[in-house]
Design a protein around this ligand. Structure first.
Ligand SMILES: C[S@@+](CC[C@H](N)C(=O)[O-])C[C@H]1O[C@@H](n2cnc3c(N)ncnc32)[C@H](O)[C@@H]1O
Length: 394
């Protein structure tokens, strides 16, 4: 084991280690982890090594200071694993340890050409890691079977991860101790629906009932087949129009990603009537207000089509957030993904709350709506849930 210790100390001290994978259990009797992956990360300006301890589909991460990393790897190789692959800038080392601790080290040319980019690692601490094949991402053609994200699918991968970060942030707002019911309205090819299922059922081990709904029968048929292939038994896909969807009485979370124009509002109405604990909605192509807005003061802005379009979209989301607040939610508008990747980058996150001074909120809302001359869909369809004056003013 001395030669192995020397090698590990050397690749750590010279900062040439890109990844290490420790595998093949010494004894299956006391299975702790089935595999451990190691990679360098920079934390607060200091080199650390991130150890990912896998037990079946579950993974636990620990960031260990560089000076302790060699000892942690060696203690895992003494007690738990008989195989290691160390990929460094200079070479790959295939390590085999016999039952009697005889070590053989095979040196091959480097399979990973790049030096470890620590800043890069630090920036991309995704919920779903690249390098670890995730079945639904492989099936959807985002990763290959080795877990490598396809170059042209990187934006989608980033988007899915960003969405899962948002879900992670609201986990505490969802009911605990019972199955969760979730609806993805306008699910399309259902990247998010599958991601939600993977994250909640496989990683968080929650009991689920997830429904993806869309108008397109062929897309829904394809998603249903994929769910069956992946064994995602608590995930169903249905063909239908959001506004007509009446199957469920109680839903805990509603999500929409780029549901066109007022389809987002139809989804928000459903969510509010169900009293969903959480709403995550990224709107898209808001056309409704574009044809309604009239305001002489704003004429320098509204006379330019492109500005009017963007302003209408922003005003629509401001109206949605205020109406959700008025109907018992605490809403926030967050950047979903950098503008660089998509202009459809605002996410409405609304969490059920105990409410507040609705009279003041309502006055503020009405003043804004009337200033713009807007007659928003969401206000019309939720008139019975809003302060009484609504019916008189809308
Ligand atoms: C831009 S795609 C987004 C699909 C998916 N959420 C995604 O981000 O990949 C919008 C989807 O919403 C669906 N859609 C639009 N209006 C709808 C409605 N009223 N009811 C159900 N689905 C609707 C469309 O069929 C389309 O698949």
């Amino acid at each position: 084991m001395e030669s192995l210790n020397t090698l590990i100390v050397q690749v750590i001290n010279s900062r040439t280690l890109i990844t290490a994978t420790l595998s093949q259990l010494r004894s299956k009797g006391e299975v702790t982890y089935t595999k451990v992956q190691v990679k360098p990360v920079e934390l607060k300006g200091k080199l650390h090594y991130q150890f990912a301890y896998y037990t079946g589909p579950k993974v636990e991460h620990r960031n260990i200071p560089a000076e302790e990393a060699a000892e942690e790897m060696m203690s895992l190789l003494r007690a738990t694993f008989r195989q290691a692959l160390l990929c460094t800038v200079e070479a790959d080392y295939q390590v085999l340890i016999s039952k009697k601790y005889k070590v053989s080290i095979l040196t091959k040319s480097a399979s990973k050409q790049e030096a470890p980019d620590l800043a890069h690692n630090r920036k991309k601490q995704y919920v779903l890691d690249e390098g670890e094949p995730v079945p639904f991402l492989v099936e959807l053609g985002i990763m290959n079977s080795e877990g490598k994200v396809l170059a042209k699918k990187y934006d989608k991968f980033r988007q899915i991860n960003r969405f899962l970060e948002m879900v992670e942030d609201v986990l505490a707002d969802l009911p605990a101790g019972r199955p969760l019911t979730i609806v993805d309205f306008g699910c399309g090819k259902s990247y998010l629906t599958f991601a939600l299922y993977h994250y909640l059922a496989v990683r968080e081990r929650r009991e689920l009932n997830i429904v993806g709904l869309d108008l397109k029968a062929d897309v829904i048929e394809h998603c249903s087949q994929l769910a069956a292939k992946l064994g995602y038994s608590q995930l169903r896909f249905l063909v239908g129009d959001i506004a007509d969807y009446n199957e469920l009485d109680q839903v805990d979370m509603v999500v929409t990603l780029h549901a066109c124009d007022t389809a987002t509002d139809a989804a928000l109405e459903k969510a509010v009537r169900w009293g969903a604990s959480v709403i995550l909605s990224v709107p898209c192509c808001q056309h409704e207000l574009f044809n309604q807005i009239e305001n002489d003061v704003l004429s320098p802005l509204l006379s330019h089509g492109i500005l009017k379009e963007r302003f209408s979209a922003l005003a629509t989301d401001a109206i949605r957030a205020k109406l959700l607040d008025l109907m018992g939610y605490r809403s926030q508008l967050l950047e979903f993904i950098d503008m660089e990747h998509t202009p459809k980058n605002i996410l409405i996150r609304a969490v059920k709350s105990t409410g507040g001074d609705n009279a003041a909120k309502w006055r503020e809302y009405c003043a804004f709506r009337d200033f713009l001359g807007a007659k928003p869909y969401l206000e019309r369809v939720c008139a019975d849930l809003l302060p009484v004056e609504t019916t008189a003013q809308s």
